[in-house]
Design a protein around this ligand. Structure first.
Ligand SMILES: *[C@@H]1O[C@H](CO)[C@@H](O)[C@H](O)[C@H]1NC(C)=O
Length: 189
């Protein structure tokens, strides 16, 4: 659960290229809800540029999912990313498996993924962690066009800065905060 801070390095593009494959020091276990308010102390300063770059990248995830452009998830996740989407999807890896599984499981619905409370913690020049609350509405189609199943949860993401300077998710835990509410039949067609 402890976050290890890498010492601040004076960066050159060579250093970034070498260290971007550095083993990630951040814990990838699910962070319990009770621990979230104390694991990220209020920052005195923040790397606002990196925080915004991560926020902009995270915004592409709902666009990709809701737009059913699963190929575009390559802008959000590394190709070797690991994502624990919890039951029933469970652990998906690499990215091609995440894309295939999400595409298949959402085949019968259209969706709206809405972000809420969010914390983005830059841990080192190369690594970051974020927690984003979400609500995901899954709308039925055909006879079930007025039906919805809604999920409430969090994305707990670990980020690594890439050689080209962009940030990508290397590890995700999707943690549900309620049962999926509404009509589960929307997922069947
Ligand atoms: C996946 O996440 C769920 C909680 O959402 C947790 O219970 C489970 O142990 C995790 N699985 C792995 C392999 O980390």
């Amino acid at each position: 659960m402890h976050l290890t801070l890498l010492p601040l390095l004076s960066l050159t593009s060579t250093t970034i290229a070498t260290i971007s494959r550095f083993p990630n020091p951040i814990e990838t276990d699910v962070i319990p809800l009770h621990t979230l308010p104390t694991i990220f102390p209020p920052p005195i300063t923040a790397d606002a540029v990196s925080v915004e770059a991560i926020r902009q990248t995270l915004a592409l995830y709902p666009f990709a999912i809701d737009g059913k452009n699963f190929a575009a998830l390559s802008q959000v996740f590394t190709s070797d990313a690991v994502a624990n989407y919890s039951a029933p999807l469970n652990v998906l890896s690499p990215l091609s498996d995440i894309q295939k599984t999400l595409s298949a499981s959402l085949a019968c619905v259209t969706t709206q993924h809405l972000y809420g409370t969010q914390l983005i913690d830059i841990v080192s020049p190369f690594s970051a962690q974020s927690v984003t609350y979400f609500q995901a509405a899954h709308f039925g189609t055909g006879n079930l066009a007025k039906e919805v199943a809604t999920a409430h949860g969090q994305y707990q993401d670990v980020w690594a800065r890439q050689r080209d300077g962009t940030w990508r998710i290397v590890h995700r835990n999707l943690v549900y905060m309620s049962e999926v509410l509404g009509n589960p039949m929307v997922f069947v067609c």
